[in-house]
Design a protein around this ligand. Structure first.
Ligand code: CTP
Ligand code: MG
Length: 244
């Protein structure tokens, strides 16, 4: 299974002067945690990291520290996440059949989540129509639809609402077609499932992880650190092998 990691953002909402994926959690950059989970996944066999040119050398340092045994490529980022994924899709090896897309900023995703998503993406019955998958969790809050003036317009039934995460997975040729179509039509979306949906293709949810948060604001960084500290082996790579 091929994996693309969009990592070419700016992290504006983090209020940092550089890509938030270079900020550290327990001593290691966010991207190192994401990469380590992907490396530990049994199903992932190839990793493409989508990066801005200015982050390339620091990303290469991270790669040198994590030292993945799987092949890893750095691919050029775009202005938007959508454009970054588009570029990433062009950088997949010829013959890639299925791909998982996972935001670099979701650095708490576990290897097990990657494996379950990869497994769910495989067609399980002959003649089953191809579909995409999205890791998602039922929402806990009551969600309101609010207009530009701050007035609530609707309260959708919560039992039908899921918060979409990544990994999201798709058959490669279909996702490429959806991106091409989206580009021509000027669709602006914040995840790949939305392109699939707009093209009338089926997308199924796969149970995600409550702790699989997207590190977006400084509070998320503090929460992520707290969550990592609860895990059995939260030791940062930067300290592995230093003795003690
Ligand atoms: N991303 C990307 N290319 C872009 C924009 C975003 O590859 N042009 C990636 C980010 O690096 C991140 C993921 O898409 O891993 C999800 O995006 P988001 O959380 O919005 O990150 P940023 O765009 O960096 O943050 P912000 O929107 O606050 O600037
Ligand atoms: Mg963004």
């Amino acid at each position: 299974m091929h994996l693309l990691i969009p990592a070419a953002g700016m992290g504006r909402r983090m209020g940092s002067h550089r890509n938030k994926l270079l900020l550290t959690l327990l001593g290691d950059p966010l991207l190192a945690w994401t990469l380590r989970a992907a490396e530990a996944s049994v199903q992932i066999t190839w990793i493409g990291i989508i990066a801005q040119p200015e982050d390339k050398s620091e990303f290469e340092d991270i790669l040198a520290t994590v030292a993945p045994k799987k092949p890893v490529c750095l691919l050029p980022g775009g202005v938007t996440r959508q454009e970054s994924v588009y570029n990433g899709l062009q950088g997949l090896p010829l013959g890639a059949v299925r791909v998982l897309i996972h935001d670099g900023a979701r650095c708490l995703a576990t290897p097990d989540l990657f494996d379950r998503c990869a497994e769910a993406l495989r067609p399980h019955r002959e003649y089953e129509p191809p579909s995409g998958i999205v890791a998602a969790v039922p929402v806990k809050d009551t969600i309101k639809v609010v207009d530009g003036a701050g007035l609530i317009k609707d309260t959708p039934d919560r039992s039908h609402l899921w918060a979409a995460q990544t990994p999201q997975g798709f058959p490669v040729p279909l996702l490429k077609d959806c991106h091409e179509k989206g580009l021509r039509a000027g669709w602006e979306v914040t995840d790949d499932a939305a392109l699939f949906e707009k093209c009338g293709l089926a997308v199924r949810v796969v149970p995600g992880e409550e702790t699989n948060l997207k590190v977006t604001t400084p509070v998320d960084l503090a929460l992520a650190e707290f969550i990592l500290k609860q895990r059995p082996h939260p030791q940062p790579l930067s300290q592995v092998g230093r003795g003690g």
